[in-house]
Structures are given as C-alpha cells and as structure tokens.
Design a protein around this ligand. Sequence first.
Ligand SMILES: *[C@@H]1O[C@H](CO)[C@@H](O)[C@H](O)[C@H]1NC(C)=O
Ligand SMILES: *[C@@H]1O[C@H](CO)[C@@H](O)[C@H](O)[C@H]1NC(C)=O
Ligand SMILES: *[C@@H]1O[C@H](CO)[C@@H](O)[C@H](O)[C@H]1NC(C)=O
Length: 233
Amino acid sequence: MVPDPHPTINRPPPAYTTMHSNESARIPLYQNPYGRPRKSGNSCLRCICCCYCFLFILIIILAGLALYFYTILKPQVPSYKVKSVHVKSFEPLPDMRLKSEFVVNVEANNPNAHISLIYGKESNVTLWYRDQELSQGKLPSFRQGTNNISIMHVDMNGKSKLDSGIQETLKQDQKNRMVPMVVQVQAPITIVVGEYKLREFVVYVNCSLTLDSLSADKNPEIITSTYTIHATL
Ligand SMILES: *[C@@H]1O[C@H](CO)[C@@H](O)[C@H](O)[C@H]1NC(C)=O
Ligand SMILES: *[C@@H]1O[C@H](CO)[C@@H](O)[C@H](O)[C@H]1NC(C)=O
Ligand SMILES: *[C@@H]1O[C@H](CO)[C@@H](O)[C@H](O)[C@H]1NC(C)=O
C-alpha cells in the first residue's frame, strides 16, 4: 500500500461521498465509445450467446448425471472389519530383530446394488504395535461384485528392530492381555458401474485392535476394534 500523503483530508469519507464517487467512476467505462467497434460487437454477442447455450446444456447434462449417480446408483462407502488374526510366527532373530508373520482376515462389505469395486494391485497394509511397524502386506487384487461380502486373507510379514523400552512395554501388555495394534490400509479402488470403470480413488482405513496376546501359532482374541475410514478422489 502506498502511504497516503494527505491522510487527514482523505481518511474519514462520509458514506454518501463513497457511493457517489464509485458511481461516477463506473459511468465513463460503460460509455467509452472507442473500445468496441459495432460490427464485431454483434458477432461477438452471438458467439457469447452460443457459448452460454452450450454451457447451459452442459450444466444440465452434468446435473442430470449427478442426479442419476446419487438417486439411482445411491453410492455407499464400503466397510471393512477385521474378523480374525492368525499369528504364524512371532520370534526374536539372532540379530536382535523380531520376525513376525500374520494372516489378517478382513471382511469387506460392498453394500452397493449397482456399483462393483476393483481393488488395485498397489495397496499397502501395515501392522503396527504402538509406534512400531511390525509387518507389511497387500490386499488381494480382485473385483468385488454388487451387494457382496468377501473375506480377504492378507498375508503380512516383517522383521523389525524393537528397542529395549518397547520390548518391556510389549511384555507388560502381554501380561495384561491387552496388546494394542493398528492395521493401516491404503488401497486404490476403482468404481465400476455395469462394465464402465468410472474412476479410481484411494481408501485409507485405520483399524485399532486390542488383542489378548501375540504368540506364534495362535489366533489371538480381538477384544476391541474401532475403525476410521477416509477416501480421496
Ligand atoms: C462375493 O463374491 C465372491 C467372488 O467375487 C464370491 O465367492 C462370494 O460368494 C460372494 N459373496 C456373496 C455374499 O455374494
Ligand atoms: C503403496 O506403497 C507403494 C510403495 O511403497 C507406493 O508406490 C504406492 O503408491 C502405495 N499405494 C497406496 C495406495 O498408497
Ligand atoms: C491413520 O493413522 C495414521 C497414523 O496415526 C494417521 O496419520 C492417518 O491420518 C489415519 N488415517 C485415518 C483414515 O484415520
């Protein structure tokens, strides 16, 4: 902002002068006779008219499609639930790391009557114990039909370094039979209507579980589970 050289003169303008000065500033713009030659003004007007008609029709078509999408297709967010966890191995390695292998069975529910889902190959599933990443895996890539509930078997494995603090916490949690885990999923999902692939979006699911224990060859009991789901287009 350029400093005003006469602040005391210009600073408090009465309301009516502001309106007046605005109006007088606008009038010459509309009456400027040099700006537009008359002929091109006419064809230009036609062109603009055409554009508006086209835009109007486009908007009606898009609105119709959106209405169709939301009233006929009634899209609903799919839901996911961890049904069971199988611990295949959970043991310290000679190099002090922890080797873990899990099979996480996830129930995926597609409640849509007209929308199928294709789970893409680039998904990521990560299993956390508190702030420690234990195992990684992928969702199976498949097409889930309409009104379908499928169980996905997610194979996960990893080798992770646990410092002594978190080892102690884990021991305590195992003793209390309350081991907090998070299954974090990022999955690209394509929406399919009939045979038309509409678009892909990425679904993020966090599932916080409390398991009663973690030991090899066991199916720990799931004591509590809560889910958050979030999608980006
Ligand atoms: C869901 O689809 C899978 C194959 O994609 C099929 O095996 C399963 O039986 C279907 N489940 C239901 C409840 O329709
Ligand atoms: C999963 O991870 C891989 C590599 O780490 C990455 O390229 C991919 O985009 C991730 N997928 C999603 C859905 O975030
Ligand atoms: C899942 O948890 C991670 C780490 O705590 C967080 O960054 C992310 O926003 C969460 N995602 C959802 C969908 O809640």
